[in-house]
Design a protein around this ligand. Structure first.
Ligand code: ZN
Length: 138
């Protein structure tokens, strides 16, 4: 069995963003030389997510509005976590959107369902953060 590990780094200039990282993950698979196996992609921070869905800007706008309804950023004083920081909403948004995705690799490619793409969800940006890509297979 072969293994491959890589960290992808991001520094999102805004507080929140969704970034399509599908090409980065496929590049890791290409470099690994693994053609049959599994790839795990996970955010290495508790205020960011990795998830799979459609690369459609309307949907991303809808996510943003929905997440703000569930866990509004303001007023920051509504959260007990926000003593000396202001990112309690980001922890909750991450919880809803998830920590990681696992995707099958078949014939050296991401074995997706229809319209599936991998996203990095940033909820407390403006600093360097990373995503782990771990591939196992042969
Ligand atoms: Zn925090």
């Amino acid at each position: 069995m072969k293994t491959y590990r890589k960290e992808l780094w991001f520094e999102v200039p805004a507080r929140r963003a969704f970034i399509n990282i599908t090409p980065d993950v496929q590049q890791c698979i290409d470099k690994s030389g693994i053609t049959e196996g599994l790839v795990l992609v996970n955010a290495m921070h508790i205020t960011a997510s990795v998830f799979i869905n459609d690369d459609e800007s309307g949907l991303h706008h809808d996510y943003e509005k929905w997440l703000e309804k569930l866990a509004p950023h303001e007023p920051v004083s509504q959260y007990r976590h926000n003593v000396g920081e202001d990112n309690a909403d980001a922890h909750m948004k991450r919880q809803i959107m998830g920590r990681e995705s696992v995707i099958a690799i078949t014939d050296g490619k991401l074995d997706f369902g229809t319209w599936e793409r991998i996203f990095y969800g940033e909820f407390d940006g403006r600093r360097k953060k990373r995503v782990l890509v771990k591939i196992i297979g042969e």
